[in-house]
Ligand binder design. Structure first.
Ligand code: TRP
Length: 438
């Protein structure tokens, strides 16, 4: 359940629809699904397995396992890279979660009642231009996150996931019904599932790969940290398949709710970028029966989904500071949250004062996203696959996964040994080349 809480977040509701829109829909969605199935799921099994084998914080787990495997310190880098990536992701994640927070009072006050595309856009532009407002909401979100981590991860998380995830699911169903009745559902559906390969570039394949790691919380120790708490008799394979399935379902539902609304309203574009969720769904809530209530609850749930994910972004670093540097939970948290908060200011400014400053066409926010999703996460994913399938003695994974005589285990091992390293490396190299040559 904690893994589901970590996986389902802004990645599904906010990021997936907007990058699918930016990359032309259908073919991108297909590549994303393939990446989840062929690369994400096997790497996730490996990461959970490493965590359960090590039963400590990711950095220490990796140190212990490299010692056990009798290999050099290089592989500890998996733990390190993860902690850094987590902080960088958290820095912009909290800014976007702040947008969801800012929409809660708007919804309660019925600001979007009967609104059209233009009015919603105006509200969003005002929010984006309001630097201090963004910092205010970013700070509240950061306080919420550190608040939970200070008290320890397990309490609270269970309730949030067990109670609130099903509720989020129900609201998504309500949104789908609305999109079906009032949106251009046929066009939305076609946009997501009609495979137009012309729109696909090397760059968008890299975006799809990076996002499949992002949405499953892979490549930075979140899932490894939670694997450390997993009971020995529970099946890792089944758990991972369920988390991956739920995560994908939520993303596809979000897309199917958003695109029909986009196509039904002149002035909205699927390629709108990061604001897509925040300019399409308010129109739906503003024009449905009970929209004030649904809208308020929806943005509260988005905030909570982001919250359970943010906790998993900071926890590996906190655990490491406590275990290795003698920090207590409170100061470890404070330090890391402060670093992420300061970095987050760059993201805030990239939506207003700094929006003109770009390097290689990237604003500060784009740069953070690029560095983490497209470079760091696939790189650690690659390292994890190589470590588990080539470096670590095979008996360890066989033992941990009950692999003796199991076809599923053999298939997984083969995927992790050949398909994952080659696939990830190929997409990384080609995608980066394509990104910088265009
Ligand atoms: N998976 C979360 C989402 O989709 C974000 C997240 C949480 C994450 N922990 C992570 C992303 C670790 C990458 C790595 O919103």
């Amino acid at each position: 359940m904690a893994a589901t809480g970590s996986a389902v977040g802004l990645g599904n509701l906010w990021k997936f629809p907007y990058i699918a829109g930016e990359n032309g829909g259908g073919a991108f969605v297909l590549v994303y699904l393939l990446c989840i199935l062929m690369l994400g799921i096997p790497v996730m099994v490996a990461e959970v397995m490493l965590g359960r084998r090590g039963r400590q914080s990711p950095i220490r787990t990796m140190a212990a396992l490299t010692r056990e495997a009798g290999v050099g310190k290089f592989w500890n880098g998996i733990g390190w890279l993860g902690v850094v990536a987590g902080l960088l992701i958290l820095s912009y994640y909290s800014v976007i979660a702040g947008w969801a927070l800012a929409y809660i009072p708007d919804m309660t006050q019925g600001l979007f009642q009967g609104a059209n595309a233009e009015q919603v856009k105006m509200r969003f532009d005002a929010l984006r231009a309001d630097r201090n407002g963004l910092i205010y909401y970013q700070s509240i979100f950061m306080l919420l996150t550190t608040g939970v981590v200070v008290f320890g991860v397990s309490r609270g998380l269970g309730v949030a996931v067990r109670l609130l995830m099903p509720l989020l699911f129900l609201i998504l169903v309500a949104l789908l019904v609305f999109a079906w009745q009032q949106g251009d559902f046929a066009r939305g559906f076609e946009f997501m599932f009609h495979f137009n390969f012309e729109a696909l570039t090397g760059e968008s394949v890299l975006v799809a790969l990076g996002h499949s790691f992002f949405t499953l919380s892979l490549g930075m120790g979140s899932i490894m940290a939670y694997g450390a708490y997993m009971p020995q008799q529970a099946s890792i394979g089944k758990t991972v398949l369920m988390v991956g399935g739920l995560d994908t379902l939520v993303a596809l539902m979000a897309g199917l709710a958003i695109f029909p609304i986009v196509f039904a309203h002149p002035g909205l574009e699927p390629s709108a970028g990061p604001e897509l969720l925040f300019i399409s769904l308010p129109i739906a809530f503003g024009n449905m029966v009970g929209g004030v209530l649904f809208g308020t609850v929806f943005f509260i749930l988005v905030t909570i989904a982001a919250w359970t994910s943010a906790i998993s972004l900071i926890e590996p670093g906190v655990a490491w500071l406590i275990e290795n540097k003698g920090f207590n939970r409170f100061t470890a948290n404070l330090l890391l949250a402060l670093i992420a908060w300061v970095l987050g200011l760059g993201t805030v400014l990239s939506f207003n004062d700094w929006s003109e400053y770009t390097v290689f066409g990237f604003t500060f926010f784009d740069g953070m996203d690029f560095l983490t999703s497209r470079i760091m996460l696939p790189t650690t994913g690659l390292l994890i696959a190589v470590f588990v399938a080539w470096v670590m003695p095979r008996v360890l994974s066989k033992d941990e996964l009950n692999g003796e005589g199991s076809v599923a285990y053999c298939l997984w091992f083969w995927m992790l040994r050949w398909v994952c390293p080659l696939g990830i490396a190929l997409v990384l190299v080609y995608g980066l080349y394509d990104t910088f040559s265009s």
